[in-house]
Structure formats: C-alpha cells, structure tokens
Design a protein around this ligand. Structure first.
Ligand SMILES: NC(=O)c1ccc[n+]([C@@H]2O[C@H](COP(=O)([O-])OP(=O)(O)OC[C@H]3O[C@@H](n4cnc5c(N)ncnc54)[C@H](OP(=O)(O)O)[C@@H]3O)[C@@H](O)[C@H]2O)c1
Length: 266
C-alpha cells in the first residue's frame, strides 16, 4: 500500500506512538498527534516539522473522556482527509482488581476499548466516504493472548482490541480501508513506570522504534495481526497450547519474576 498522506496518531507524546510519528514523518506523511501532555506534544511537533518539512498538528485531549472520539474526529478532519489512524494510546496499571480504584477500572475500559472503537467507527466511515486507500492500525499487546493476574482488565481489553480488529478487517475486505492490529510484548518505553511496574533484573524488552517499524511495515502490507519479535510470537502461541488454568498461574509467576509494583502515573 502507498505511504499515507495524513495520519492521526493517539498517544504520540512518547513511547511507541512517538516512534510511529518519527517513522511516518521521515516518509513525509503529515501528522495529527494526540495525547494529554500539551507542551511535550508541541515541542515534538516543532522538531518533526523542522527536520522533515511536513505539517504537524497537535491536540491535547484526555482520550478516556466519554466524548473524546467525537472531539478527536472533528478536530482531525477540519483541515483535510485522514488516510491513516493509529489507535495507540493505552494504559494498563498492574494491580489486583479489588485493590484498584474503580476510576482506574473505568479509565482502562474507556481508553483501551471504548474510545478505540468509536474512533475506528468515525474514521472508517470517513475513509470509506473519501475512498482513498486507508489504514487503521490498532495497538493491542501479547497480553491479548494471555490471561495475566493484575492485568485483570488490561489483558481482556487487549483481547477485545485484537478480536475487534480481526472481525472488522474481514468485514472491510475489498474496500479501500485496511485494518491491522499490532501486538507488542515488553517494549522499552515509560509504559512500565506509568503503569506502576518496576523491572526486576533481566527483561528482554524490544526498542519502541523496532516495534513501531514492524507495526507500520505490517500495516502497509495489509497484515491483520502483527506480532513483533520471535519471543513475542512464542509468548502468544504458548497460551494456546496448554490448559487455561495453568496458563494464568504461569503468567502470574512470570510477571512476579520480571516486575514489582511501583508508584503509578496514569
Ligand atoms: N511498552 C510495552 O511494554 C507495551 C507492551 C504491549 C503493548 N503496549 C501498548 O502499546 C501502546 C503504547 O504504549 P507505550 O509503551 O508507548 O506507553 P507509554 O510510554 O506509557 O505511552 C502512552 C502514550 O499514551 C498517551 N496516553 C495515555 N493515557 C492517555 C489518555 N487518557 N488520553 C490521551 N493519551 C493518553 C500518553 O501520553 P500523555 O501522558 O501525554 O497523555 C503516551 O503518549 C499502548 O496501547 C500499550 O498498551 C505497550
């Protein structure tokens, strides 16, 4: 598929989202970047504009608010058609369900599932109407394949993103809109720090640049589910080979070996 001319990226103020932006900017795609931290976004946009001579618009918005996707759609389509949407913003506080504040539980579901779904609805219809070849790339996780304790709502939210993307991809076959879903494993971003996890010892994290590159390449080729890295492919296969009761115990044991609970930001 051709390189998109105008892309909307959510969660673009850091991590994997910022790397999607850097890679697309280098390909001369104009950008519309969204996250909550206004200063961070504006400084990043100015850098991308100066280096690549592209147009970069920003929107500071809390995507966990109920009407966020309508605001995003209205602002992003004001100055032109959008032919790529990357639903990347996501949170996953690592905490036992009954010890989590109910506001956190609602926020995970609203951001990771509701806003992603309603944004996909609004932009997919816009893309079908303007008829240019377009891509929607939804960011899930290898957690989509794995029931992991303390990711009680996060892991199912990512399973939802994966299955939603697979079904929609099939529904839109033969149209101008292609749907992909990227399932990263542990990636070196601020995600752990932002989601009350601290690394303990060895952990083979992938770089966010590599994850974003594999995600974009897969989406441009029209792949539906993209799992970056051999270890993550194995992690996603493993839960399908053993009984689910064992699975959740092994995942809990593995997570406890890799991380401890820390202060959270989101
Ligand atoms: N890193 C990993 O190990 C990993 C593994 C698997 C999947 N993923 C998925 O990859 C995606 C990106 O994660 P990341 O690692 O880049 O995380 P990150 O470093 O924590 O970045 C998250 C991005 O989302 C934005 N964001 C968070 N809450 C938001 C809200 N309510 N409204 C608007 N923007 C919001 C943040 O910006 P502001 O704070 O400025 O709003 C930031 O730009 C997520 O969907 C995550 O679930 C990550």
């Amino acid at each position: 598929m051709k390189i998109p001319s105008r892309a909307v990226i959510t969660g673009a103020s850091g991590g994997i989202g910022a790397d999607f932006a850097r890679i697309l900017a280098a390909k001369k795609t104009n950008l519309f970047l969204v996250a909550r931290r206004k200063d961070q976004l504006e400084a990043f946009a100015a850098t991308l504009k100066a280096i690549h001579g592209i147009e970069v618009e920003t929107l500071s918005l809390d995507l966990s608010l109920p009407d966020a996707s309508e605001i995003l759609f209205r602002e992003a389509t004001k100055n032109g058609d959008v032919d790529m949407l990357i639903n990347n913003a996501g949170i996953g506080p690592w905490k036992k369900f009954t010890e989590s504040p109910i506001e956190d539980v609602k926020k995970i579901m609203q951001l990771n599932m509701v806003t992603l779904t309603t944004s996909t609805h609004l932009f997919a219809r816009h893309m079908l109407a303007h008829k240019k070849k377009s891509i929607i790339l939804n960011v899930a996780s290898v957690a989509a394949f794995q029931p992991a304790p303390r990711f009680t709502v996060y892991a199912p939210s990512k399973t939802y993103v994966k299955i939603f993307s697979e079904i929609l991809s099939e529904e839109l076959k033969g149209t101008s809109v292609s749907i992909s879903c990227l399932c990263p494993g542990g990636t070196a971003t601020d995600f752990l720090k932002n989601n009350n996890q601290a690394l303990k010892g060895f952990n083979p994290l992938m770089s966010s640049e590599k994850v974003a590159k594999i995600g974009l390449e897969g989406a441009l080729k029209g792949k539906t589910v993209i799992i970056p890295g051999l270890m993550n492919k194995i992690f996603s296969l493993f839960p399908r080979l053993i009984p689910s009761g064992w699975n959740v115990k092994i995942a809990g044991w593995g997570m406890n070996l890799a991380v401890s609970e820390a202060d959270k930001k989101n």
